[in-house]
Design a protein around this ligand. Structure first.
Ligand SMILES: Cc1cc2nc3c(=O)[nH]c(=O)nc-3n(C[C@H](O)[C@H](O)[C@H](O)COP(=O)(O)OP(=O)(O)OC[C@H]3O[C@@H](n4cnc5c(N)ncnc54)[C@H](O)[C@@H]3O)c2cc1C
Length: 348
């Protein structure tokens, strides 16, 4: 059992909210360690490189910008060509009819995939150190005592810190911290609800002849289909489809291989063509999109904090909400840690 050196803040989860918070806390002078269960960063802003050479965003396909802090973060990335506007508005499919939605918002994508947003936060500016991230670190519980907090990993490793920021979806955060939660915090986490999403990445031999990049759908099986190569025309064709929440919930526990056929058939049904398929990769998002969000940007219980897209006071949980939540949590943690140690210990 390894017991690593204590750090000021442990962040559980290298999603965009956790990374945004970690970068701000590091800039404020605190030592920060991120514990991430996977081997990558950016969580649901996920990208996969395929055997065909194609690239697929199989979580969030794009993001929007409605707040100035996020605009300031994205503008330099846009100037460097890492991020660009994919399209304005979104086409909508209903019973075979396609209509354009004129909501006017730019849909942004990253040339090398949505994980770019996480990698930029991880790496920082040229004069900054990369964030400290422990990969393949599945946290199984968070504990506290008079001296601070401990995160216990599935492999038995223990990490200690003055404060912990949990950046997982609320149901997972609740499971990790249940034993140290006050009733109010427990109820706040318990109220947050997510819907699942079953996704399928389809590497294609040829580009289908369609006039649109992506569709939102009112379909018995699908809620989304998007041609990933329309974000990066130099790469081979890839289609990503998302099953709607009802279908995803009904098929959530099935062997993932069994969802390939119905999702592929549904895609062909919408497109009206037989696809020439090279490779299919299914993915199960158990906590994909927030149905009932928490009504403020973060949750705090002494030096235990929670952030994520599900902290969405405006109601719409998405990438921009994740950033806002991470930044707000970092600011609150900074204020809390500025207190002298004896004040914190008195309240422990
Ligand atoms: C299918 C799908 C479609 C979407 N479409 C859009 C869209 O069009 N536009 C948009 O803006 N947003 C969209 N989203 C939502 C968007 O992806 C999220 O809002 C955002 O990425 C959430 O970031 P986060 O940091 O809050 O959480 P997450 O990305 O969920 O990060 C949580 C991190 O915690 C890690 N973790 C979990 N448990 C543990 C543990 N026990 N120990 C260690 N690490 C752990 C996870 O591996 C993950 O890296 C979509 C999401 C999905 C899944």
């Amino acid at each position: 059992m390894e017991n690593r050196t204590a750090t000021d803040v442990l962040v559980v989860g290298a999603g965009l909210a956790g990374l945004a918070a970690a970068r701000d806390l590091t800039r404020a002078g605190y030592s920060v360690r991120i514990l991430e269960k996977s081997r990558g960063v950016a969580g649901r802003a996920a990208t996969k490189r395929l055997a065909s050479g194609g690239l697929a965003d199989y979580g969030a396909p794009f993001f929007t910008i409605r707040n100035e802090n996020l605009r300031s973060f994205i503008q330099p990335l846009e100037r460097k060509g890492l991020v660009h506007v994919w399209q304005y508005g979104m086409k909508h499919w209903n019973a075979g009819t396609i209509e354009g939605s004129l909501d006017g918002y730019a849909r942004y994508v990253a040339k090398d995939g949505m994980t770019t947003l996480g990698k930029v936060l991880r790496d920082g500016e040229p004069d900054e150190q990369p964030l400290e991230i422990v990969q393949s670190a599945l946290v199984s519980a968070v504990w506290s005592n008079h001296f601070g907090y401990r995160a216990v990993l599935e492999n038995g490793d223990i990490h200690t810190a003055r404060a912990v920021l949990v950046n997982t979806p609320a149901p997972q955060a609740l499971a990790l911290t249940r034993s140290i939660l006050e009733l109010q915090t427990y109820l706040a986490l318990e109220r947050v609800k997510f819907a699942p999403c079953l996704a399928l990445i389809i590497a294609l031999k040829t580009k289908p002849d369609v006039s649109w990049n992506a569709l939102r759908l009112d379909h018995p099986v699908l809620s989304w289909m998007g041609f990933e190569h329309s974000k990066r025309y130099d790469l081979p064709p890839v289609l990503v489809v998302h099953a709607n929440p009802t279908w995803s919930q009904a098929h959530l526990e099935q062997n993932q291989q069994t969802i390939i056929k119905p999702l592929l058939e549904a895609a062909q049904d919408v497109l009206g063509v037989q696809l020439e398929v090279l490779e299919t990769i299914p993915h199960r998002w158990r906590f994909a999109q927030v149905v009932t969000p928490h009504q403020s940007h973060f949750i705090a219980q002494e030096n235990l904090f929670f952030c994520g897209d599900w902290c969405a006071p405006q109601g719409n949980a998405r990438i921009e909400t994740a950033f806002e939540s991470g930044w707000a949590a970092a600011s609150a943690i900074t204020k809390q840690l500025e207190q002298p140690l004896d004040v914190i210990l008195t309240h422990a």
